[in-house]
Design a protein around this ligand. Structure first.
Ligand SMILES: Cc1cc2nc3c(=O)[nH]c(=O)nc-3n(C[C@H](O)[C@H](O)[C@H](O)COP(=O)(O)OP(=O)(O)OC[C@H]3O[C@@H](n4cnc5c(N)ncnc54)[C@H](O)[C@@H]3O)c2cc1C
Length: 377
């Protein structure tokens, strides 16, 4: 109406509208929910879907502040459980039991991902993986470790997991050694996430995109979640906010940036498996006739330009057919990392749950972590 101020926002402090939402919005979209899942990544979507299976009559919403996505849409699509030098590092830091438990979680997580979504839907390729060594000492140490590792992993995976190979077999070059595993693979990240998203609406799960949760407070009948648009109320809240979880609850996880590059099409490329290098800190794979390469956190470069240069140089030197690598796509995503590698799945207060700290393994364990968090309720 002319002369009236325009409604520029749904202020939660508006005395005529205590929740901040309109009558219609409150009635149809944001009445008090049985469950609100915050974060629509791999963990959040799998948690919401698992809740639906367990509680067919619950009202369930999934809320995310991002217009497109986060780590779940920005990752490299490795379906992996750890390379030999990475597991050797874990073995030294966490001990054998915790390392084996972590690998088992990743392996079972991969099986859960493939079983839940289907290989075709997520474009899973059982391409195997190779660890590329350029440091003779690290290679020697990993080789010595292999018999023990294989012996311990065989009961979990039902076969020998790692074997020495030659670099030429793997489409790599200028290495001092390589160790392969037939059990890893890769996925098309976008297809994986699209499959998960397309399951939400048919399951009656409402997806509220572009809504940032600013705080989560105890309320008489559960929890109230402040957003810039109004207040959401829920009997139970599931936080699947990955690297940013400590903005909402005290939890040992924070963001660590990770860079990914994709080259132009490279017609001479012969890379058939995924590649790990230097304890998993550098990773590479083929995608649509191009090389995707990422990581490089261990170099501790202050300047992202330097990280990019080193990743490009690595691809040009060590991947057959990638000598002319030029960056065609570049992006950065945030890993959720804490003082320990294991994920956190717990009820932090009655009716308030977290499923976070997946590090660089969310493709493998995200489905399982989401389902486990839902199982806590
Ligand atoms: C560059 C990169 C490469 C990777 N490569 C691989 C790989 O090859 N293989 C592998 O297994 N893993 C990989 N990972 C890790 C994997 O992507 C993550 O572990 C996984 O996606 C985490 O899923 P998530 O659901 O926990 O988090 P996310 O996908 O980050 O989802 C969390 C969501 O919460 C939302 N959110 C956060 N705070 C709020 C708030 N206050 N209000 C509302 N919404 C909020 C965010 O917008 C986000 O969408 C990689 C990660 C990165 C960054």
């Amino acid at each position: 109406m002319s002369g009236q101020p325009k409604n520029t926002g749904f202020s939660a402090k508006d005395p005529d509208s205590p929740s901040g939402f309109s009558f219609w919005e409150s009635k149809h979209w944001v009445p008090t929910q049985d469950a609100v899942v915050v974060g629509a990544g791999i963990v959040g979507m799998n948690a919401a879907l698992a809740l639906r299976k367990r509680h067919p009559s619950w009202t369930i919403s999934i809320v995310d502040r991002a217009p497109i996505g986060s780590a779940s849409t920005r990752n490299a699509g490795f379906a992996c459980f750890g390379s030999p030098s990475e597991l050797l590092d874990d073995w030294k830091q966490m001990g054998p039991d915790a390392t084996l438990a972590m690998v088992e979680m990743r392996w079972k997580g991969l099986l859960a991902l493939r079983d839940t979504w289907g290989d075709k839907a997520i474009a899973y390729r059982a391409c195997g993986a190779v660890e590329a060594f350029t440091d003779p000492d690290l290679h020697a140490e990993a080789k010595d470790f292999l018999p023990v590792l294989n012996q311990q992993l065989a009961p979990i995976m039902g076969r020998e997991v790692f074997a020495e190979t030659t670099a030429n077999q793997s489409g790599l070059r200028e290495l001092c050694g390589s160790i392969s595993s037939p059990l890893e693979g890769d996925v098309d990240t976008a297809r994986m996430i699209a499959s998960m998203r397309s399951a939400l609406a048919p399951a009656g799960i409402q997806w509220l995109a572009g809504m940032s949760i600013e705080s989560v407070e105890a309320a008489p009948e559960g929890w109230s979640l402040a957003t810039p648009h109004g207040v959401l109320n829920a009997s139970r809240v599931f936080l699947a906010t990955n690297a940013l979880a400590s903005d909402l609850v005290p939890v040992d996880v924070g963001p660590v940036p990770n860079m990914v590059l994709v080259s132009q099409p490279l017609p001479e490329l012969r890379l058939t498996s995924t590649v790990h290098h230097d304890r998993g800190y550098v990773y590479a794979r083929e995608v649509d006739g191009r090389i995707l390469i990422g990581g490089g956190r261990q170099w501790d470069c202050q300047d992202p330009g330097e990280s990019e240069e080193r990743l490009v140089a690595w691809a040009q030197r060590h991947i057959q057919g990638a000598e002319a690598f030029a960056t065609a796509h570049r992006w950065t995503g945030q890993l959720g990392v804490g003082s320990m590698r294991l994920p956190i799945v717990q009820e932090v207060k009655p009716g308030l749950y977290v499923g976070v700290r997946l590090g660089g393994m969310g493709v493998a364990i995200g489905t399982h972590i989401g389902q486990s968090m839902a199982g806590l309720a």
